[in-house]
Design a protein around this ligand. Structure first.
Ligand code: BTN
Length: 240
C-alpha cells in the first residue's frame, strides 16, 4: 500500500480536508499537506497557525485493524516516532503529555489525532502533524511558547525532506503498533517524557489539581500520584 499525497498551497485545514476525504472512502496512507493553513486546528478547539511556506502541516489518514479503545494509544506512539525523526536534526526534543513535542521547553511540534468510530468499529484515524521548521518569528500570542527547528539549529531545513522522513518512519513502525499496541514504544516514551517524576498541575475543563506523574499506561493514560491516591488522566493540559 503506497502513500498518496494531496498537496495544497493554501487551505483552511489539512485535518478538515483529510476528514472529508476519509468520509468519502479515501484509503489508508492518503496524506494531505499544505504550505499555508488559514484555519489550522489545535487540540481542544484552539487555533493553530501555519504561515506561508515556513511550517510543515500534514494530516495522515490511517485505516487500522483495531478496536477504538486500543486505537487511542496511537497518540503517544506517534509522538515517539515523530520525536525520533526530529532528533535526527540534532535537537534534544522531548514529549510533553499528551502530544506536544518540546525543545528547550518550547513547542516545536503539535500532534492532533482524531478518530471516527461507530459502535465497536474503528472507521479511520487521522494524525495531524504541525512542525515549526523555518520560522524566524511567531505571532505575539505564541512567541513565549513556540520554537522552530531553525531557531534551534541556526539553519533552514527542507520541509519536504522532513515530511518524507516522517512518513517513512511512521510507515515503517506503525505496523508494530497494529500488532502489539503501545507496549513496544512505552520505554522510549518514558525516556523522552518531560513529565515523568515531576510535580505537575493538570488543567481540566472544570478543575485544576496537582500531583506527581509516575507512569503511562498501555492505553496512553497518564498515571498521577496525589495525596488521595493514584489517578489516571485521559485528557487535559499539564503545566510543570
Ligand atoms: C496541538 O498542539 O494542539 C495540535 C496541533 C496540530 C496542528 C496540525 S497542522 C496539520 C493539521 N491540520 C490542522 O488543522 N491541525 C493539524
Amino acid at each position: 500500500e503506497g502513500i498518496h499525497i494531496e498537496h495544497h498551497e493554501k487551505i483552511p485545514s489539512t485535518q478538515t480536508r483529510a476528514q472529508r476525504l476519509a468520509q468519502g472512502g479515501a484509503r489508508g496512507w492518503t496524506v494531505v499537506t499544505a504550505d499555508e493553513q488559514t484555519g489550522g486546528r489545535g487540540r481542544r478547539g484552539r487555533p493553530w497557525s501555519t504561515k506561508k511556506g515556513t511550517a510543515l502541516a500534514a494530516s495522515i489518514i490511517l485505516r487500522l485493524d483495531k478496536l477504538p479503545q486500543e486505537a487511542a494509544a496511537i497518540t503517544p506512539t506517534a509522538a515517539v516516532i515523530i520525536n525520533d525523526v526530529l532528533q535526527r536534526y540534532g535537537v534534544d526534543t522531548r514529549i510533553k503529555w499528551p502530544n506536544d513535542i518540546l525543545a528547550e521547553g518550547r513547542k516545536v511540534c503539535g500532534i492532533l489525532t482524531e478518530m471516527h468510530a461507530e459502535m465497536d468499529e474503528l472507521h479511520y484515524l487521522i494524525i495531524g502533524i504541525g512542525v515549526n521548521v523555518n520560522e524566524t518569528d511567531f505571532p505575539e500570542e505564541i512567541k513565549p511558547t513556540a520554537v522552530s527547528l531553525r531557531h534551534l539549529t541556526g539553519q533552514e531545513w527542507d520541509r519536504s525532506a522532513l515530511l518524507a522522513a516522517l512518513l517513512d518512519e511512521l510507515k515503517k513502525r506503525l505496523p508494530e503498533f497494529e500488532e502489539n499496541g503501545f507496549t513496544p514504544f512505552r520505554e522510549d516514551w518514558l525516556r523522552y517524557s518531560t513529565v515523568i517524576n515531576k510535580e505537575i498541575t493538570i488543567h481540566q475543563r472544570h478543575q485544576s489539581w496537582k500531583g506527581r506523574a509516575v507512569d503511562i499506561r498501555e492505553d496512553g493514560r497518564l498515571i498521577v500520584e496525589t495525596e488521595t491516591g493514584q489517578k489516571e488522566v485521559i485528557s487535559g493540559d499539564i503545566s510543570i
